[in-house]
Ligand binder design. Structure first.
Ligand SMILES: *[C@@H]1O[C@H](CO)[C@@H](O)[C@H](O)[C@H]1NC(C)=O
Ligand SMILES: *[C@@H]1O[C@H](CO)[C@@H](O)[C@H](O)[C@H]1NC(C)=O
Ligand SMILES: *[C@@H]1O[C@H](CO)[C@@H](O)[C@H](O)[C@H]1NC(C)=O
Ligand SMILES: *[C@@H]1O[C@H](CO)[C@@H](O)[C@H](O)[C@H]1NC(C)=O
Ligand SMILES: *[C@@H]1O[C@H](CO)[C@@H](O)[C@H](O)[C@H]1NC(C)=O
Ligand SMILES: *[C@@H]1O[C@H](CO)[C@@H](O)[C@H](O)[C@H]1NC(C)=O
Ligand SMILES: CC(=O)N[C@H]1CO[C@H](CO)[C@@H](O)[C@@H]1O
Length: 441
């Protein structure tokens, strides 16, 4: 704004020419102007006041996210003020929820969000001066975000050993800061706070841990997904394998081996020698693999069997269990030399498969001899030794021989006797030997 005076003419008339001068930059351009003849010579020029005392005042300070609207008024001194609002370092522009009214002096935010905390400053200016208010920060309590979850953070292990220390942490987005409560299997624990420290863990502390974050301003709470903590103890006791029977007769005994130990969350693995036992028609794994049942044991099922128990932290292995499976005699064979000269040492061999070892008896021409070993020895062969030699193998495991056992499986089991023979025939210059299995009965 400018004004000029023109020297008075003959008549005391003051001609005032006024207008608006653009003095931005280095240009001086008259934007508008006009002249007026004023007859009154008493002219007062008002000074243009500089902008000062810019103050921002919110109409409320107690704000809850999405529940409240706030108006910030900007007051100032000075002529011809223009207003500009700053949110942090960016200029606030009007939008659906942000309104600028009173010529820009009032900023209204409808349904404040947590991000509307500012700091807000009001910048007031005219052509000659400007002034910026102190920053004003809004405190906005926010709901726990619907998409925020309490998450439990801890060393990511599936199992924790008994006696160890762990801590669980819970975090939630909340203003004012959330209060945290802890639950084990749905029961509230006495501990609170964002960190739950569990010292000297006991197995009983295993379970589902969850945390609840609570905003006492908005009275909203949110509960985390449960996190499962397994606490496992070292196996304290040895692993014991027991069998439900002590007598094992091939093809007629079924046996159950049970593996027992203390502890929980156990997994069982059976070993047969060094290989893992797998289930089949005659091999059953029951009771969570803790029982191994072998139907109709065979001579190849002697083991050694061991039971390996593991709880994820430690494992234990049982002593070896050997099954002494009684069978035979069978697969009998009898051997002798093809020919013998008079005076030779002659040995006849009787071989059979038998557990326990077979007892042997030898018959010569149907009559008992004093031969009771697998080998029958004729020290010096003579023609009179010609004849039929019969070997009998006897497994003494019979009902009668199990006098100290009340196991009915063994009672009445027939002794298996297998007979073989060798025929020594006197010839012109020696003895010819024929050996054969003659019969089984
Ligand atoms: C002002 O006065 C002068 C001289 O009397 C005259 O020529 C001029 O037209 C007047 N201007 C206006 C705007 O009345
Ligand atoms: C203020 O700025 C933040 C980002 O810095 C934005 O999220 C928020 O919406 C702004 N609020 C207003 C009222 O402009
Ligand atoms: C041992 O257990 C198995 C399976 O349960 C059973 O078939 C068998 O008869 C039992 N043996 C004895 C001697 O009890
Ligand atoms: C039993 O052992 C077999 C492997 O032999 C395994 O696949 C199965 O999961 C085990 N069962 C249990 C209950 O541990
Ligand atoms: C076990 O032996 C009995 C009697 O000899 C027989 O009937 C049964 O089929 C056998 N079982 C298996 C699984 O071999
Ligand atoms: C044990 O292993 C032997 C071979 O080493 C096999 O013949 C036998 O069937 C196995 N028995 C069981 C119960 O797995
Ligand atoms: C201890 C016992 O009873 N032994 C008998 C086993 O069977 C044989 C033959 O049947 C008998 O001679 C034993 O006396």
């Amino acid at each position: 704004m400018f004004a000029t005076t023109v020297p008075p003419q003959e008549t005391p008339i003051l001609v005032v020419t006024w207008g608006i001068l653009d003095i931005s930059g280095t240009n001086f351009n008259i934007i508008t102007s006009s002249s007026v003849n004023i007859t009154c010579p008493n002219i007062v020029f008002l000074p243009i006041a500089n902008i000062s005392n810019v103050v921002v005042t919110p109409n409320t300070t107690d704000l809850v996210e999405f529940n409240n609207s706030v108006s910030l008024s900007c007051s100032s001194s000075g002529s011809f003020p223009s207003f500009l609002w700053l949110n942090g370092s960016s200029e606030v522009t009007a939008s659906g929820r942000v309104q600028l009214t009173d010529g820009g002096a009032t900023l209204t935010i409808i349904n404040v969000a947590r991000y509307d905390q500012g700091p807000f400053r009001c910048h007031v200016f005219n052509n000659f001066s400007n002034y910026t208010s102190d920053p004003v920060k809004l405190s906005i309590s926010c709901e726990l975000l619907p998409y925020s979850t309490c998450s439990i953070l801890f060393p990511s292990q599936q199992h924790y050993e008994e006696g160890s220390d762990i801590s669980l942490r819970c975090s939630a987005v909340s203003r004012p800061a959330a209060q945290y409560y802890w639950f084990l299997n749905g029961d509230k624990l006495s501990e609170s706070g964002p960190e739950l420290r569990l010292m000297n863990l006991q197995e009983s502390q295993s379970g589902n841990y969850s945390c609840q974050a609570f905003n006492n301003k908005t009275m909203r709470n949110e509960t985390s997904h449960p996190s499962v903590v397994f606490i496992l103890c070292e196996l304290k006791y040895s692993v014991v394998v027991t069998s439900n029977t002590t007598v094992f007769l091939e093809f007629s005994t079924s046996v159950s081996l049970s593996c027992s130990t203390s502890g929980s969350s156990l997994s069982f693995l059976w070993l047969n020698g060094s290989s893992e036992v797998t289930a089949s028609d005659r091999v059953q794994l029951n009771d969570g693999n803790s029982t191994l049942t072998i139907v109709n044991v065979t001579r190849y099922d002697q083991g050694p069997f061991r039971c390996n128990v593991s709880n994820g932290v430690s494992n234990g292995i049982s002593q070896s269990v050997n099954l002494v499976i009684q069978y035979g005699p069978d697969n009998m064979s009898i051997k002798g030399p093809n020919s013998v000269h008079a005076g030779d040492l002659t040995m006849l061999y009787c071989h059979t498969m038998s557990v326990p070892s077979a007892k042997f008896t030898w018959l010569f021409k149907g009559k008992p001899t004093n031969g009771h070993e697998a080998v029958y020895v004729i020290k010096s062969s003579r023609n009179s030794d010609s004849g039929t030699y019969t070997c009998t193998a006897e497994n003494i495991v019979t009902g009668q021989n199990f006098s100290d056992c009340d196991c009915s499986a063994a009672v009445g089991r027939a002794t298996i006797i297998t007979a073989g023979c060798c025929v020594l025939i006197a010839a012109v210059n020696g003895i010819i030997v024929y050996c054969l299995i003659r019969k089984k009965r």
